[in-house]
Design a protein around this ligand. Sequence first.
Ligand code: ADP
Ligand code: MG
Length: 592
Amino acid sequence: MPIQLLTDKVIAQIAAGEVIERPASVIKELIENSLDAGATTVHVAVVGGGRRLMRVSDNGQGIPSDEIELAFARHATSKLVQADDLSHIRTLGFRGEALASIASISRVTMTSRTPTEMVGVQLQLESSQILQRKAVGVPAGTVITVENLFFNTPARLKFLKAENTEKRQIALVIGRYALAFPGVRFILEQDGREVFRTSGGGELADAVVTTLGIQTFKDLIEIDSTSTNARSAVKVRGYTSIPGHSRADRSRIMLFVNGRWVQDASLSYAVIQAYHTFLMKGRFPVSVVMIDIPPEEVDVNVHPTKAEVRFQNPNEVFTEVQRTIRRALLGLAETSGLRTGRVTASLAAHGWQNTIQQMDMDLELDSPGWYAHQRSDRQSETADYGTEIPVGPEAPQKPRTLPLLRVVGQVGASYIVAEGPAGLYLIDQHAAHERILYEQFMENHARRDTLTQYTLSGETIELPPAEARLIEANIHALEMVGFLLEPFGPNTFMIRSLPALLADKNPAEVIQGVIEEIELEQTPGQASIEEKIIQQVCKQAAVKAGTVLSMEEMQGLIRQLERAQSPLTCPHGRPTMLHMSSDQLAREFGRK
Ligand code: ADP
Ligand code: MG
């Protein structure tokens, strides 16, 4: 092909790709425009995950009728005149790209009126071409409707994720602005149903409750750098979780710089660092961290989506974030009462001596899940070691996958020491039990014979919108595993049943765990979402590390593990045991 200049239309579409990646990016840009226009109410309506229609209505200052066409021109902005202005930018937008980009890849209808004008104006565009302009009587403010996103860029369209994924992304985006702007009322309507609404009352706490849910909020403490270091130009405030509340990924570490949500690996790390020794490896806190810094000390113009920022003095910011959170956590550990109890409990996760507290909570001996089975399974084998076990009906035996092991004892209330013909075994009781439950569950599941426990009390659970959408999207898979959840209001579900294995657990906590698991990236080898849920159920039902087990219980567990299909790993692929052969032992002691 000869070298040719690209047409303006193609240039516009290519440029649009940088700013608008998916429907949620449109929502983000439109919300930012509303906020920059001083709106106190931002109403977002979405149909079909944003692909069909997105509408953002605000009560902001509006656009003068003689400027409305200009708003759609590339690099047209009312927020920046000289490059110099960038150094003290206070608005969320300034690149003058969003409307031009959106209009080049969709059909846009914008209606706007300033408070001083008598009539408003409506402009309709498609592929950047103006289709229609007319005067209309409307309330002051701006309404912008975006339809058929990506209709003329089939490549983009192809890469769009499932409707539910987009819905969730949109809910996440709105949640972030709701946190950053507690003084603005946000409403989200999806497919004609209101799923999210903040009060706009100005309190961060209210916004946190609405966005992250009351369950989570109960486990958060306030952080505020000014209480201990009022002089620093960097101010840090917000909420962070107590050590007893953690998550499997860092997605709930939410950082804001001057009201702008940012992704910054090193700042997330500062938060994680603050929890050093407070959280186990692989667990992450929930944190809403608002960083206020003089605008000239931060560059927000690093990336078209402005989700990355550059600090003039990154160390100062890092230190201030870490210090503020650390202080709050240490303060918590010092004060007495309920919360300290939680802290000590989770601190104890490191040193097994202290975890005896959990001791009698976790192993329900006569729960139908596994112990009944194990009792009958055990007697034939244990006779070899002279243990007295009452004789019961013989259970059908599965082929052995491990040699016969003799339990020697327990270490750290977490590991079972056993001996076999080939040497010494150190078995992780939790991982092993997870494996056993998982195989049993899968077996029953394959026979469509899932044990379900119906709840009589009809407990309800209210979730933040993003999580509620996740549950909705997976409601069938959940049902297959034994979770019957009935929609009960916009983001509320009535818990009708749980898998029987979890009958004695707190339903709300169980469901939180399941949500976390679904949110995580699929691990290799995981066949389906159902399998993920089953893994989570088994994880929650399995005996915890830190639980003292009786000799009998340990023997029962080992007997079952010996006949598991894959006894060497837990369902997540981590090892269930360490083995030291007789040879190795001899060598270590210099006998060989
Ligand atoms: P930017 O936000 O970077 O300035 P945009 O393309 O997003 O660029 O918007 C262009 C201009 O249109 C803005 O500078 C603003 O003047 C005007 N505008 C866009 N949306 C609104 C709105 N909701 N209310 C008032 N003015 C708006
Ligand atoms: Mg903008």
